[in-house]
Design a protein around this ligand. Structure first.
Ligand SMILES: Cc1ncc(COP(=O)(O)O)c(C=O)c1O
Length: 287
């Protein structure tokens, strides 16, 4: 696998960062995950804009222009054989003597790699997944896509330990999002998702699902979802760049309605696949 590190394309085995890198020492950095379909970056403008917001929030100057990001990432995808991939990129504050205070004029570390992007298994589409609800133990800046993910790791593992695929996080009685996904519920026939704010990540897939729903005349709303509403919902979905849209058919061991993915899920998944296909059919940009 070829990766990108600080201006160079290298075999992964030859890419090294300093032990003093603040990403390693403090988790002082931010990241993005961008799906790639047919060698083409999915919702690139939206991902780049969220990247900029994360950088601004932690006071790192963007080391590359939009054109430079696009050129570098397109080349990296190409060096890894195009096709469908999941692109991971990370910017840390760089290397400095260990001190909480932000160093003056640090040089950020820029890293990017491609990972396999597997299509969803047929059984997951036809049967859905199980989820648990659990107290949100994270901080109050969840809109920043920070690399420091220890709470998310522990929450996701708690779900896995209970035989579920995802943990749905509850804060002050409201369901915010999953450990690594955004949350939707169909309530009284309306596709509902919590409004953006500091308690959840502004998911790119979330926005696309809302856009597809609105463009196809389906009613949707951005409104808080209480735990009780979630338990009574007609359908529950989780969205993320790598898992697209998952239907939650069991919550805390109880079936959601008849325990099968609902009709609106199937509709949105089809719209989502069609949208991906239009990207695949576009001409390839040259790196
Ligand atoms: C906490 C959290 N919420 C939501 C999402 C979904 O965001 P996106 O659709 O941009 O992948 C993720 C993605 O990993 C996440 O980690």
């Amino acid at each position: 696998m070829t990766v990108f590190l600080n201006g160079k394309f290298l075999p992964e085995s030859q890419a090294h960062v300093s032990v003093l890198d603040r990403g390693f020492i403090f988790g002082d950095g931010i990241y993005e995950v961008i799906p790639v379909y047919g060698g083409k970056l999915f919702r690139f403008t939206e991902h780049l804009s969220r990247l900029q917001n994360s950088l601004d929030a932690i006071r790192i100057t963007n080391p590359l222009s939009s054109a430079e990001w696009e050129k570098m990432l397109t080349e990296l995808i190409h060096l890894n054989n195009d096709g469908d991939q999941s692109l991971y990129l990370q910017i840390t504050r760089g290397s400095a003597k260990r001190d909480h205070a932000i160093p003056e004029n640090p040089t950020p570390t820029v890293f990017a790699m491609c990972n396999e992007l597997k299509p969803l298994a047929a059984e997951i589409i036809s049967e859905g997944v199980a989820a648990i609800t659990i107290d949100d133990i994270r901080w109050s800046r969840c809109h920043i896509k920070a690399t420091s993910l220890l709470p998310n790791i522990l929450l996701r593992q708690e779900a896995l330990d209970q035989g579920a695929a995802e943990a749905i996080l509850i804060r002050d009685g409201q369901a915010t999002e999953g450990a690594a996904s955004n949350l939707f519920a169909v309530i009284d026939g309306i596709i509902t998702t919590p409004p953006k704010g500091p308690m959840l990540l502004p998911g790119i897939t979330r926005d696309l699902v809302l856009e597809l729903a609105k463009n196809n005349g389906l009613s949707c709303q951005e409104k808080t979802i209480s735990l009780a509403e979630l338990q009574q919902a007609d359908e529950i979905w989780l969205t993320s760049s790598t898992k697209e849209i998952l239907s939650v058919t069991q919550l805390d061991g109880q079936p959601i309605k008849n325990g099968k993915p609902g009709p609106l899920y199937q509709r949105l998944l089809t719209l989502y696949q069609d949208y991906k296909q239009t990207l695949r059919n576009q001409p390839q940009k040259q790196p």
